[in-house]
Every structure is written in C-alpha cells, then in structure tokens.
Design a protein around this ligand. Structure first.
Ligand code: ADP
Ligand code: GLC
Length: 468
C-alpha cells in the first residue's frame, strides 16, 4: 500500500512532543512491513532543513482565499530516515523556526493542507490511503471529499489519528473563503458549535478515526474539550491503537547520547554510571533516589502542581531524595520550578527548555519518572522510562493506564488515581520504599526493560485498518 502521512511534526525534522516521535517512527515500521509510507510535512526553518540535501519534486501555486502563494515541495534525497520525506515550502508562512505559536497558524496550516492536496491531485496515480494526524491536517478529509478541485481524490480513504483532542484548531466562519470551493450545503461538515473546527470536521469526514490508546477512546466520550457528543456519535468508526516506541532510537544498548550504554544484563552498572554523570552536572547526590519529570509544562500534564508536589516531597524527605525537572511551557510554572532551586540546593534542579539529549540522559540516569497527567492520550515518556529501566509513577488515565501496572498488582510501576499533591506525594513515598528494597527494584528494572512496546504490532494494526 502507498500511505501518505500528513503531520505538523516528525522526528528528527521538527518535534515538539510525542506527535513528532510517532510520525517519525510509524512510517518506518510500515515500510518494514513491505508498504510504501511517506511523510509530507511543512518545511520549517530547522537545522534538518539546512543540513540535508533535497530535490524539488513540485513547483506550483496555491490559493488561500484571495491570496496566491508559491509552493515548492522538496524530497529528502537519501531516504535515510526509513521513509520518503517531503517538505512543503511556502515562503513567508511555513519557513519559520517554530512549529506552532504564531498568530496566523490557521492560515499556515490551511495553506499547507491545500498545497499538499494540489500536489497529490496532479499525480498520475492515487495513493491508497491518506493518514492525517491531529487538527493541523484536519481539513484534509473534508477537502478530499467535497472540494471541486480535489474531486479526483474523493475515493481515497482518509484516516484521522487523534493524538490530543484538547487542541482542535477552531476558527471563525469569516475565514470560510480560505477553504477551496465546495457545495455549500456540505458546510455543516466543517462546523462544530458555531466555528469551523478542523478536528471535529476530520472526525466527521474521515473514513476511520483512531485514538492513540484504547483507554483514551473510552475517556473521550465523556471528556474531550467539547467534542464528547460528536465522538460518541462516531464511535462505530473509531478504534484505539496504542502507540509504540522506536526501539532503534530509544535503545540504552546503542544510544549515543548516554554517558554509558547498557543492556538488561548490565542495567545496574549502566544506570549507576548515567546517574552519577547526571548528578555531577546538576549538583545532586547519586546515592539518593532520583525523581524526574520530563515534558511540556502545561495543565494537561499536571505541571501546575509540580512545584507544590516537589516542595512537599523534598521537605518531608528532609534531604533524602533528589528531584530533576526538564521541561518548558507555562512561564509561571517555569518560574516557580526555578525558584525551588534556591530552597533545596543539592537536592533539586531544573532545566527549563527543550533538550533532546538531556531527555535521553535522564531516562537512563533517573530512578523514577513522574507523570501526574490530567489528560494523557497515550504518553511516550513512560514507555521510554520502561525501556531504560526507570520506574514510572503515573496517574491511572489514558495510555498510562494501558501501559503501566502497579507493583501492588504484581506489576512494575507506581500508579495513583488523582492529579493531586496528596496522591502524588503518597506515590513518591511508595517509590522511596521501593528504592531501598534493592532486590525488588533490581527485578523490576530487568522486567521493565524486556517489555516489548515496539511499533511492530501497532504498525500492522494500522495497515489492517486501512483495508477499508
Ligand atoms: P506530549 O506529546 O503530550 O508532549 P508524550 O509523552 O507523547 O507527550 O511525548 C513527549 C515527547 O517529548 C517525549 O519524546 C519526551 O521525551 C519529549 N519532551 C518533552 N519535553 C521535552 C523537553 N523539554 N526536552 C526534551 N524532550 C522533551
Ligand atoms: C499527544 C498526547 C500524548 C501522546 C502523543 C503521541 O501529544 O498528548 O499523550 O503520546 O500525542 O501520540
């Protein structure tokens, strides 16, 4: 099958969170199964763009309302990523350093979607499936089904994967003229509660809808930032497919970013060396348990509670634990996390910003990784932690519920029910006890590392789904 993945992010080209990891891995594993999976994404001004060689495969013009813009599509020449990569260049709109966060994001992602469809419409053949990821590509199923200029693609199946229903990309009906001409009586397919809502439109128009874990699919029928009723209505064409992880990128045995590489057999020494290196850099004590958080500092991740969670835990442990945070997001949370450094020097540290290499070093060097998420459609961090022998401490929600079993139930992680300072504090207390139960901890580390969360299974599940 020829599969076209459309996404705003794809590792290693541009990554903000887990979406990038998924789109950088799934196509590779689909290709390994004998299919031809391609990624078509915006050409941002990233290091990848500057450091690699490309050929131009399309040169044309796009139209966004009354505005015409030149489009160039580049193909990465070497195919070294394990899939064909196409980058859509639209001067002035997409060629910026960041993926999101601009006032004209609506225009940027619409222009990208229109350009992609203009290009694919001109192919001599048709792809077997177009797989859209999140709201940035959410108008594609509608446009393929109803826009006159893309009529040729109306019989090509479309799949929507919802990575996060919190973000929907809504905009006002005053921007309807951005959408290329279609039969106006179809406009209800764009609407959700008075706005043009790309995610809702994709849920309505895509042939199939997937969520990134089975539990998240259950949860969004009653909690999806206003889309509950729609998701319940479209339940029959929806399925939850648990994400995998790229075992080649996330492999402590071959990870070039680590101080010391290690396998299951050598996990104790390997983690010790990585922890010592991390503690040297961040002025922490390698003999004490190391608790960490990696992620976007937003409410969904429970980040607003982290300062209080850590303050209480550090106070109660009275110098007996270490905490290290890596993240960026809400400036107020960032500020409070920085302030804690003064209160607990030698026991607490934080790196505010995005740092891919440091994230690998933390997965390897930490003892525990916290994920007190309020919403977690899948979560990849806990799976990386498992692969690196780090015990996850997670709230029982979404994908966390589907991947982590509590030690009390014969499992390998520590689970709690609420995103609250008390619940997480209690979980940290249980982790502290586990740390000093050395025999149990050693067993758990070995057990976690042999769990298989690779993409092989999920890649096949998507292929089965495409055979509509
Ligand atoms: P989400 O996509 O909701 O942010 P996931 O758990 O699916 O959450 O994926 C997060 C990804 O982003 C992981 O690869 C994680 O290591 C990475 N990540 C998050 N914040 C940072 C950061 N500040 N520096 C480096 N990597 C980060
Ligand atoms: C989203 C979700 C996260 C998921 C990721 C990849 O960003 O918040 O839970 O793991 O997408 O699917």
């Amino acid at each position: 099958m020829e599969i076209i993945h459309l996404s705003a992010e794809c590792y290693p080209i541009a990554k903000v969170g887990g979406l990038g990891d998924v789109v950088g891995a799934l196509p590779k594993y689909q290709n390994k199964l004998g299919h031809v999976a391609k990624v078509v994404m915006p050409a941002y001004q990233t290091k990848f763009m500057q450091e690699n060689e490309f050929e131009v495969v399309y040169d044309g013009w796009g139209k966004l309302g009354f505005h015409n813009f030149p489009v160039r599509i580049f193909r990465e020449k070497t195919n070294k990523l394990g899939f064909d990569l196409y980058l859509v260049h639209i001067s002035g709109l997409l060629d910026r350093p960041n993926v999101y966060g601009y006032d004209d994001d609506t225009e940027r992602f619409l222009a990208y979607q229109i350009a992609v469809l203009d290009w694919i419409t001109q192919w001599e053949h048709r792809p077997d499936v177009v797989h859209c990821h999140d709201h940035h590509t959410g108008l594609v199923p509608f446009m393929m089904a109803y826009c006159h200029q893309f009529k040729r693609l109306s019989t090509v199946p479309t799949i929507l994967t919802i990575h996060n229903a919190q973000y929907q990309g809504q905009f006002g009906w005053d921007k309807l003229h951005y959408v290329p001409p279609f039969d106006l009586w179809k406009s209800g397919q764009l609407d959700w509660r008075g706005s043009i809502n790309p995610l809702a439109s994709a849920i309505k128009c895509a042939w199939r809808v997937t969520t990134v874990s089975p539990s998240y699919l259950e949860e969004i029928s009653f909690r999806a930032n206003g889309l509950e009723d729609l998701l319940a209505q479209e339940r029959e064409k929806s399925v939850g497919i648990l994400n995998g992880i790229d075992n080649e990128v996330w492999d402590p045995q071959h990870d070039p970013m680590l101080e010391k590489k290690y396998a299951i057999r050598t996990v104790e020494n390997g983690k010790k060396a990585n922890k010592e290196a991390l503690c040297r850099v961040f002025n922490l004590d390698p003999l004490k348990p190391l608790f960490t958080f990696i992620g976007r500092l937003v409410g969904e991740k429970g980040a607003d509670l982290l300062p209080d969670i850590f303050y209480n835990a550090l106070l109660q442990a009275n110098g007996g634990i270490n905490v290290l945070v890596l993240g960026s997001g809400d400036p107020q949370v960032e500020g409070r996390l920085m302030q804690l450094k003064e209160a607990f020097p030698g026991n607490y540290n934080a790196y505010i910003g995005y740092n891919e290499q440091l994230s690998h070093q933390i997965y390897a060097g930490a003892d525990f990784l916290l994920m007190p998420s309020r919403v977690e459609p899948c979560g990849l961090n806990q799976m990386y932690a498992l692969r690196y022998g780090t015990v996850p401490i997670v709230r029982r929600i979404g994908g966390l519920k589907d991947t982590v079993i509590d030690i009390g139930d014969g499992g390998f992680g520590i689970c709690h029910d609420q995103t609250s300072v008390w619940d997480v504090g209690h979980a940290i207390g249980r982790a502290y006890e586990l740390y000093y139960d050395e025999k149990h901890l050693k067993e758990i580390r070995k057990y976690m590392m042999q769990l298989d969360h690779s993409w092989d299974r999920a890649a096949q599940q998507y292929i089965d789904l495409y055979q509509i």
